[in-house]
Design a protein around this ligand. Sequence first.
Ligand code: MN
Length: 218
Amino acid sequence: MLMYLNLHTQRNDNINSKNSKSMKFEKVPLPYAPDALEPVISKTTIEFHYGKHHQAYVDNLNRLIVGTEFENADLETIVKESDGAIFNNAGQVLNHDLYFTSFSPNGGGKPKDKLAQAIDEQFGSFEKFQELFNEAGVSLFGSGWVWLAKDGDGKLSIEKESNAGNPIRKGLTPILGFDVWEHAYYLDYQNRRADHLKELWKIINWDVVGQRYELKAV
Ligand code: MN
């Protein structure tokens, strides 16, 4: 269920399937219109990134788990315990569900309440945290993710992960992730990853991210 990540149920009854009992993973619904994040993320990028890339990870995962020990597992378990192609696709399903639900056309500004306090305590200030987060994203070689994560005591850290990596594998809870795969920015920013990362702060939905920080893992 991943309720502490503020995500909806990951599996839905696939009533169109020949096997009415089969459950399939689905993408998290996009909580805004495809053009709503412009100019930070264009409608075209959303159509490819959410519509094609994210869909492909979901489709691959549903296909790959058939007949394996993960056939009826929840997404978090699969991400923690699988490897190879199943892990790559499950990780990317979780990563993109978190990513696309972190934005709002009315986003931006600063974190609030407990998350704001924790960021100040851990990094000195929100501005210093942004600087370190951007640096981590820019310096990540190749494809991957930069995450803000929390441990069981609520302590924050910035985690660089290659490819489909997610800090959940280290026992940490992901709070916010920036996708630094080229498919996330190339249509809008070409090779300018740093420019893209700086712009993303304008659309962060701090209500959602703050809830992820405050909700306890179950
Ligand atoms: Mn991506």
